[in-house]
Ligand binder design. Sequence first.
Ligand code: FES
Length: 295
Amino acid sequence: MIQNYLKTATNSWRTQAPGLRVMRFWLGITWIYAGWNKATDSGFLTAGSSSYIGTQLSGYSTQSPVGFAFNKMIEHAVLVGGFVMVSEFAIGLATLLWVAPRLSAFAGFSMSVGLWLASSFHANPYFLASDSAYAVLWLSYLLLLVGKRKGFEMSLERRGALRVGLTGVLAVGLAGFGKVFAKAAPSTSNSAASAKGTKIIKLASLKVGATHNFATKNGAPAVLFRTKAGVFAYSAICTHQGCTVAYSGASKTLKCPCHGAEFDPYKSAKVINGPAQSPLAKVKVSISGAWVIEA
Ligand code: FES
């Protein structure tokens, strides 16, 4: 079985046109790397981390033209993240190993379109969006594979199904193996090791009583407040499942759109309404000259 698996892969490389080999190699390696990148990021499936998939879905739900679809996924963020990670491994491996090649190319194309709609739909100019470029590359590769065949024949005979199964097992194995090399989850609050202050906003532009949404040095969403007593800020990542909270002037609270948690920013961001259990993480900010900076 394994011998056949490898023999088919080797033959496919040998007989393929050079142009197709280049596309196939690049797409396969890139998809495996994308999966590996997620598997080795211990924050990817950890609520509260700045790279948490739930936070990303929350961002997509507000900026994507199909945001309603991503909004529904937030509650199942860990499942969605795990599925995306394993799928990336599976598509990359299947592409390199010539397992259900047309089906893999179609899956790669669909995933690229999904990522384009999710995160880079508003890229300006449009050609800076790598997801759309990958969608075109996958589509071209798929059409070249289909060639003169009639229609998009993607059915699998028994041996093909076994090879797909084996590739799936490899993909799950790689996702698990990545955890061995996991890097520490990026923190949503600042540490002493942070670099020197980063400018957030000019103090003159932030009136007493006003708030300002910004991204921390880690790229995580945060909300800055100015009161008579000075400035302070909190991470906008909900401590329940990682959605992005927003300040409500009416209730003077930070509210989470996903499950209704509320935090009091004037009392150390403590929880007023669940289901969140712990306060929002504090972000260290201070006034430096004419600027509010992140320490
Ligand atoms: S993510 Fe559930 S209440 Fe915020």
